[in-house]
Design a protein around this ligand. Structure first.
Ligand code: DX5
Ligand code: ZN
Length: 233
C-alpha cells in the first residue's frame, strides 16, 4: 500500500448481499472500488451484529486490493491478531472502545496491519495529537455507527478540517464513514478527506447479477469528490 491523497472509494459490504460476499467483493472491485470496507459489529459497542474474523478470512481471497476492516467492537485488543491473520490490510479501532487506545494502536501495527483510529460524531479531536505518529488512518464517523443508510451529520465537516490541519504532511489518510453520497462527497473532499466509505450509495440499484450500477455509483461519487478536492491534495 503506497500512500497517496488521491480520492479512494471504499464500498462497505454492510450494504452487500450477505449470502454472496465473495462475489460482491469481486463485483465492486471490477466496477472500480479502490478499497473494500468491512464493518465488524458486536451488538455491544454498537447496537447491531455483523460478523467476525472467520468471515473476513473467507472473503479475503476475493479481494485483490485493500481490505479495510472497521472494528465496532469492545474490547478490541483480544481480537486484533485474529483480524490480522484474516488478512486485514488496515484495522481500525474506535477511540471510544476502551481505555487504552494507545496500546490498541501499537498492537495493530505490531500484528503487521496499518492502524486506523475511528472517532464517533460526539468525540472531539483533542486526543488525536497524542496518537498522530501511531496511526495510518483516521476515520471520521459522519453517522453514529451501527447501521447503513443513515443521514450525514454536517457538523462533522469542521472536525475534518481541523484534522486535516493537524495531520499536515504526515502520511495519514482521512476516511469518512456514513452518509456519503454524490451530495456529501464534495463537502468531505473539500474539507480534507481522501477515503470515502459508501454503503447504500454504492450498492443502490445493482446486484451481483447486474453490477453495472455499482460502477456508475462509484464513478459518480468519485467525480463529485475529485471536483471538490482542493490544493492540499
Ligand atoms: C456504519 C458503518 C458504515 C456504513 C455506511 O456503522 O461503519 O460503514 O456501512 O453506510 P452508508 O454509506 O449507507 O451510510
Ligand atoms: Zn464502517
Amino acid at each position: 500500500m503506497s500512500f497517496t491523497r488521491s480520492i479512494k472509494i471504499a464500498p462497505s459490504i454492510l450494504s452487500a448481499d450477505f449470502a454472496a460476499f465473495g462475489a460482491e467483493c469481486r463485483a465492486i472491485e471490477a466496477q472500480g472500488a479502490d478499497w473494500v470496507h468491512v464493518d465488524v459489529m458486536d451488538g455491544h459497542f454498537v447496537p447491531n451484529i455483523t460478523f467476525g474474523p472467520a468471515t473476513c478470512a473467507a472473503i479475503r481471497p476475493h479481494i485483490k486490493g485493500v481490505m479495510d476492516v472497521h472494528l465496532m467492537i469492545a474490547p478490541v485488543d483480544p481480537y486484533i491478531e485474529a483480524f490480522a491473520a484474516a488478512g486485514a490490510d488496515i484495522i481500525t479501532a474506535h477511540l471510544e472502545a476502551g481505555p487504552h487506545i494507545h496500546r490498541t494502536l501499537q498492537a495493530i501495527r505490531g500484528a503487521g496491519a496499518k492502524a486506523g483510529l475511528a472517532l464517533n460524531p460526539g468525540t472531539g479531536i483533542d486526543s488525536v495529537a497524542h496518537l498522530l505518529d501511531m496511526v495510518d488512518l483516521i476515520c471520521v464517523m459522519t453517522v453514529n455507527p451501527g447501521f447503513g443508510g443513515q443521514k450525514f451529520i454536517h457538523s462533522q465537516l469542521e472536525k475534518i478540517r481541523q484534522l486535516r490541519a493537524l495531520i499536515g504532511d504526515r502520511s495519514v489518510h482521512i476516511e469518512i464513514d456514513g452518509g456519503v453520497t454524490t451530495e456529501t462527497a464534495p463537502l468531505v473532499a473539500a474539507a480534507g478527506a481522501d477515503v470515502l466509505v459508501a454503503g447504500s450509495a454504492v450498492f443502490r440499484g445493482g446486484s451481483v447479477a447486474d453490477p453495472a450500477p455499482y460502477g456508475e455509483n462509484i464513478r459518480a461519487i468519485r467525480a463529485a469528490a475529485e471536483a471538490a478536492q482542493t490544493s492540499w491534495a
